[in-house]
Write a protein that binds this ligand. Sequence first.
Ligand SMILES: [Zn+2]
Length: 402
Amino acid sequence: MKALLALRDGFEFRLGNGNSSFWFSNWSGTGKLADKVLYVDIHDLEMSVKDVYTDGNWNFNMLYTNIPTAVTDHLKMIPVCLNSQVADCYTWKGNLNGIYSARDGYFWLNRNEFAGNDTDSISWTWLWNISAPEKLKFFLWTALHNSLPTREMLCHRNMLQANHCPRCNQEIETTLHCLRDCDFAVRLWHSIGFTDQAFYRENDLYNWLRIGIQGKSVFMFLAAVWWLWRARNLLCLANELVSLITLRMWTENYAHLLFRCFFKQATVPDTKWVRWNAHRGSGFSNILHAELLAIYYGLVMAWEFGITDLWCYSDSKVAIKLISESVNAWHHYAAILYNIKEYLARDWRIHIVHTFREGNACADYLAKFGAANPEAYSPIVDPPIGMNLLLLADACGTFFSR
Ligand SMILES: [Zn+2]
């Protein structure tokens, strides 16, 4: 029965129809809202999430209860999508389909304090208790287990032939090389103030990460390892070279964001800080989430424009597969999927097709344009000027190869 308690942390609340109590359920994942206000006004006691979140907006003004601005600001950053067909429920965090398996449970237990019973295993409580988003904790956990798919690791598993660093092509790409020792990484670390030589001396990955996470510049450290790895993946998987200056900007913005969200002492809100959703969709738990919401909003807009014959291109095969299959009610994004399906079932001709982002220059342009936009969602009425040539090429039937 001890396992039951340990496993409980592996489940998280997922909104569906929004019938859960606005105040007394942990729908936001950060605890009950009732605990964050002085008191809940008697008029508001029965409010459910869907009463306060209507037509895609938060209507905090309708409440009698006074919610601190810092809290409402935080809530606004959470991408909410409701659908009446799917119940609010707890889903298993270990995978997106939300279905718990004994195998998942085993891995989960092994990385929680429960594993402390085993004398050989390291306790991971310290990691799961750090102040950072879950995705970052999972990333660190993977790195601490030396399981990031670096080229060295992929070679070791016979999945790749060459184990050299994709950036410098000089050294073997170990996790430490990728996150710290590669020339590019060193320059980033220097540029954000990690100049102490001791930082570069620790040769044990676990120790280095742990010292960094527990050090005084923790948010900058976390942001840097996160973005170094992301930039590495962009290079390897999308052939996209991120410049040092861009990476530094992403890192610093992300560090500020983490500080804002996770620093324990309450600070006065400062409007100059980057918004949660301002930065390459960081408010989204993953890219699939952003992809599905983009499809959904696109459909809503097309429907409102009265379009009767629509071709919708997506570069996400996973998203298309999910849309074409029946919805698994435990899926983390079940509500969005139901919303999409409701639009697909309407009386219009609609085709959802896969394309590579590079194969659709206009979509590629808009994706990059969107990444630089601070809003989570913003419709564009006229094509941006920079798109004119691309649109012309598209209209002429120009073919863009990958
Ligand atoms: Zn390198």
